[in-house]
Design a protein around this ligand. Structure first.
Ligand SMILES: Nc1ncnc2c1ncn2[C@@H]1O[C@H](COP(=O)(O)OP(=O)(O)OP(=O)(O)O)[C@@H](O)[C@H]1O
Length: 220
């Protein structure tokens, strides 16, 4: 369970998040949508513990999110590439995970990384880096995945591969919070949070309608 209560964030005088509150339950995928610059990434950064909110509270499974709790609960894929460019794919995987024996092999298989293990990250394509970043976030099977536009830059095959993985993750009670501009991902979500000017409107699954989302974003 995720509980976000009254989160506020300013960059200097600019208010980016205004009193954001929502909840997400186990097995749910929540899509966060909105115009470029409306504050989606800022919200995920706060939820991942890489940025501090000015005020408000986040709880993961009842536990206040602070310090190591973020790492314990969340796998985070930021919008920008979080990988060590000069290291190989395998060394990046080792850096992020390699805690449980056998997990690295499972991750390599799941995300189809076997053929590129020895390549330095700097020589990978944008889509390959995205797959590797998602793979790194999934080590130790975190109960919550925070994904900032996870399938941007992926080709159709790997996009489907990631969607299948996320469906499996949801079935096993994982919670996904995902910013996206992708219609299919919005429609497949259990709920949709529309952000406009740092505020949030929540839609349940049966309220998700692309035309209405578009009109709402346009009008706000
Ligand atoms: N480090 C920063 N310092 C100052 N302003 C920032 C900083 N990071 C983001 N902003 C501003 O905060 C606002 C929200 O940015 P954010 O990246 O959260 O938007 P977003 O909804 O994720 O956009 P996109 O869809 O383009 O990824 C923008 O106006 C942006 O310019």
């Amino acid at each position: 369970m995720i509980e976000v209560k009254n989160v506020v964030k300013h960059y200097k005088k600019k208010k980016v998040l205004q009193d954001i509150s929502f909840q997400a339950k186990q097995g749910e995928c929540v899509a966060i949508v909105g115009r470029n610059g409306c504050g989606k990434s800022t919200l995920l950064q706060i939820m991942a513990g890489v940025l501090k909110a000015d005020s408000g509270e986040i709880r993961y499974y009842g536990q206040k999110a602070q310090g190591k709790a973020f790492r314990k609960f969340c796998g985070y894929v930021p919008q920008e590439n979080p990988l060590m460019e000069e290291l190989t794919v395998l060394d990046n995987l080792k850096l992020w995970g390699a805690v449980k024996s056998g997990e690295t092999e499972a991750i390599i298989k799941q995300f189809h990384l076997a053929d590129i293990l020895k390549m330095p990250v700097a020589k990978l394509s944008g889509g390959m880096k995205r797959r590797l970043a998602i793979a790194c976030a999934c080590f130790n099977w975190p109960p919550v995945l925070l994904l900032d536009e996870p399938t941007t830059a992926l080709d159709l095959y790997y996009k489907e591969n990631i969607h299948e993985f996320l469906a499996q993750y949801r079935k096993l009670n994982g919670i996904i919070l995902m910013t996206t501009h992708d219609e299919e991902e919005i429609q497949n979500a259990d709920r949709c949070l529309i952000m406009t000017e740092g505020r949030m409107k929540e839609l349940s699954k049966d309220q998700i309608n692309m035309q209405e989302i578009y009109q709402y974003i346009k009008a706000n």
